[in-house]
Design a protein around this ligand. Structure first.
Ligand code: GLA
Length: 396
């Protein structure tokens, strides 16, 4: 399916059939551990089977001409490798331009490329379609020009595309989850030490579902920045009050926090710090439960996480809350929570296997009635990182 579409679109746009290789890079969900990566905590994401596909053809000149089937109105975006401009010049393809710019520091980009992309991740859904494209490009560039980067270096370059080239303040979680994606596995990443471990998940009895709120998201990047600044301020005040010099909020525990409350100049700082510290402890507990296949406990911790993000971190909003409220009424749902930055985007739920249709119906009915438009639901699997799917005619 995907192969035929990509090949035909490439032919139509670039006027020749592309090379055989099909490149894939996944999106991600975060199972638990939200807004912890930039606070030195442990996160627990996984790459998913929805993602971004691309085919390519070589060019003799130094231009990259990239087309996305998801943004047909943008047409072909032209990137001249000898002078890549500001991110604002390239629209959706700024992630592509940024990857070429930063990869140009690693390897000689000796010629141009024609690229055709198609993504199965809904746009602006909070499933990291941007990190998916970044890693897709880093992977393609490494393959074509012969860069030998570790998965970690790939993730770092993806993050720098976002932080340095686009000026977005995101942490490392999304790029790391994608670069290290592994079939049927979630990834525990300690964002202080960058140590990680894979945790296998048998999909026999339960499955994960993504529920996209379809809420238009405009303010995420400024709201995200605010949360980050509030956490930095809370850390500074805690350090001052305790005459300490801890590096991250997650270096404090709840007892420390409560004993230092008078050192915090605002209740908001207390609430933000409370979420961060508590969520970190909750995530460690959740990983233990996951390893023991105690999904009842895991699900309960997902609900707790959502509640903390709603009341203390204030990043959920009525759409995500509605989904979680409905989920709580359904006995075949083990847990549900927002995933990613919040402010709209998507929620995830862990449900008993075989109940997807019932779940979809129940969520849609309540959401339509209370929010006024429909959400979109997708069953998802934890899946592999960037890879090449090269077999001719392979059904993907
Ligand atoms: C976004 C960011 C991540 C992370 C999450 C919140 O997805 O890109 O780095 O901070 O929000 O957990």
């Amino acid at each position: 399916m995907e192969r035929n579409l990509l090949f035909e679109v490439h032919k139509e746009i670039h006027h020749y059939y592309p090379e055989e290789k099909i490149f894939f890079s996944p999106g991600r969900i975060n199972l638990i551990g939200e807004h912890l990566d930039y606070n030195g905590g442990t996160v627990f994401p996984g790459a998913i089977n929805l993602g971004t596909y691309a085919v390519i053809g070589m060019r003799k000149d130094s231009r990259v001409r990239v087309y996305s089937h998801n943004f047909p109105d943008s047409g072909i975006v032209d990137i001249e490798l000898s002078h890549i401009g500001e991110s604002s010049e390239y629209g959706w393809a700024s992630y592509v331009a940024g990857a070429f710019k930063l990869m140009g520091e690693e390897v000689e980009l000796s010629h141009g490329l024609d690229i055709t992309i198609n993504g199965t991740l809904p746009n602006r859904s909070g499933l990291s379609s941007s990190a998916s494209i970044e890693l897709l490009m880093v992977y393609i560039i490494s393959d074509v020009y012969g860069a030998t980067l570790s998965r970690f270096e790939m993730a770092e370059i993806g993050r720098r595309v976002e932080n340095d080239y686009l000026g977005l303040p995101s942490g490392i979680m999304d790029q790391f989850a994608i670069a290290f994606g592994h079939d049927r596995s979630a990834i525990a990443l300690d964002c202080k030490t960058m140590e990680y471990s894979l945790h296998e998940y048998m999909e026999d009895e339960h499955e994960f579902v993504v529920i996209n709120t379809n809420k238009p998201r405009e303010l995420i990047s400024s709201e995200y920045k605010n949360r980050k600044t509030e956490c930095e301020a809370a850390l500074e005040e805690l350090n001052r009050f305790n005459a300490g010099a801890k590096q991250y909020l997650c270096d404090y525990n709840l007892e420390d926090l409560n004993a230092s409350r008078e050192g915090l100049s605002s209740d908001v700082f207390y609430l933000r710090a409370h979420h961060v510290i508590d969520e970190n402890e909750r995530t460690l507990k959740a990983i233990e439960a996951f390893d023991k296949s105690d999904f009842k406990l895991f699900g309960a911790l997902m609900y707790e996480s959502h509640d903390s993000l709603k009341r203390m971190y204030e990043v959920t909003g009525k759409e995500l809350d509605q989904i979680v409220d409905t989920a709580k009424q359904l006995d075949y749902v083990l847990g549900a929570r927002m995933t990613g930055a919040g402010f709209g985007g998507s929620a995830i739920a862990l449900i008993e296997k075989g109940r997807f249709d019932d779940f979809k119906e129940a969520i849609e009915a309540d959401y339509n009635e209370r929010i006024g438009y429909a959400p979109s639901l997708y069953p998802v699997r934890l899946s592999t990182g960037p890879s090449i799917i090269s077999e001719r005619g392979a059904g993907i």
